[in-house]
Ligand binder design. Structure first.
Ligand SMILES: O=C(O)CCC(=O)C(=O)O
Ligand SMILES: [Fe+2]
Length: 265
C-alpha cells in the first residue's frame, strides 16, 4: 500500500503534524493509514438532516439511556468501557443481544451506513459486530456536566483489547467517532502523533510522556456528520465544551486484520 495522501495541520506549538483525509470512495486503506498517522477524518459522512433525525430519536429514547460515570456521560444502549470500569462487564454481555436489537430497531440506517463505510475503508475484510458484543452505539456528554468544566482525560482505548497482541504487524486497533450533535462551542478532540509501543503495563508512563508534549497534539474539530478514526493506541483527549447543547456521537471501536474487522462499543 502506498503512503497515504495526508493533509497537514499545525499543532499549537507550530509543529506540523498530520491527519489523513478520507473520502466517500476511499483511496486509502484505513489500516495502512492509521499505521502512519494517528487519525483520519471524513467530513460530512452523515448529512445534517440525518444527524438531526438521529439526535431527535435519541432524545425520545432518553428513558433507556445508560447513566455512565455517575452522569458525567450517558450512552445508548450501552458502553463497554464504562461497564468495564464500573464492574458491570457481565451485565454488558448479558444485555448485548437486546442492546443490538435496540440499535437495529431505532437506528438501522446509521448502523448500516457506518459498517458499510468501514467495509469500503478496509477492502478485503469482512466487517461485522464483534460476536457477543454490542455494535456501534451513542455517547451523550450533557451540557453543563464534567466536560463543560475541563477537558476529558488524555487516554488510549485499551478496553476491549485484553488478551490481544497490541503490536502484531497484522492487526490494527482503532476508534471511530461520528459527530451527531456538536456542542455550541468547543468539544473537538486532541490527538497525539504517537502510538503505544511497549507493553500495556507502560500505559501510564506513555500517557505522562504525551502530556509532557502538548505541542505535539493536533486539534480536530467536528461538524455534525463528520467521522473520525483514531488509532486506539494514540493518546487523545476530548476538549472542553460550552453552551446548552449536549455533545452526541455515534461510536465504535474496531480491531482489523487482513481478513476481518470486528466492531463493538
Ligand atoms: O468523542 C470523541 O471525540 C472521542 C471519543 C473517545 O475518545 C472514545 O470513545 O474513546
Ligand atoms: Fe478514546
Amino acid at each position: 500500500m502506498g503512503r497515504p495522501a495526508n493533509h497537514s495541520a499545525e499543532g499549537p506549538g507550530g509543529r506540523q503534524t498530520q491527519t489523513a483525509t478520507l473520502h466517500e470512495t476511499p483511496q486509502l486503506d484505513l489500516a495502512e493509514t492509521l499505521r502512519v498517522v494517528s487519525a483520519a477524518k471524513r467530513e460530512a459522512f452523515l448529512s445534517h438532516e440525518q444527524c438531526r433525525a438521529a439526535a431527535a430519536k435519541l432524545v425520545e429514547l432518553r428513558p433507556f439511556w445508560s447513566r455512565d460515570y455517575h452522569g458525567e456521560q450517558f450512552s445508548y444502549p450501552d458502553n463497554f468501557y464504562a461497564r468495564a470500569n464500573d464492574g458491570g462487564a457481565s451485565t454488558y454481555f448479558a444485555r448485548a443481544a437486546e442492546a443490538n436489537d435496540g440499535m437495529v430497531e431505532h437506528f438501522p440506517e446509521e448502523r448500516r451506513l457506518l459498517l458499510a463505510y468501514l467495509g469500503r475503508l478496509l477492502p478485503g475484510r469482512e466487517v461485522r459486530v464483534r460476536p457477543g458484543w454490542l455494535g456501534p452505539a451513542f455517547v451523550i456528554f450533557p451540557a453543563g456536566e464534567f466536560l463543560s468544566r475541563e477537558p476529558g482525560p488524555v487516554h488510549i482505548d485499551l478496553e476491549g483489547l485484553a488478551e490481544m497482541d497490541l503490536h502484531s504487524s497484522e492487526t490494527i486497533y482503532f476508534s471511530v467517532i461520528c459527530m451527531i450533535q456538536p456542542p455550541d462551542e468547543g468539544g473537538g478532540v486532541r490527538v497525539w502523533n504517537r502510538r503505544l509501543e511497549g507493553d500495556r503495563a507502560l500505559e501510564d508512563r506513555f500517557l505522562d510522556q504525551a502530556r509532557a508534549v502538548p505541542e505535539e497534539a493536533i486539534e480536530v474539530t467536528y461538524r455534525a456528520g463528520d467521522l473520525l478514526a483514531i488509532n486506539s493506541l494514540s493518546p487523545h483527549q476530548i476538549l472542553q465544551f460550552g453552551g446548552a447543547r449536549d455533545r452526541i456521537t455515534l461510536n465504535a471501536f474496531a480491531v482489523a486484520d487482513s481478513r476481518s474487522c470486528n466492531v463493538w462499543f
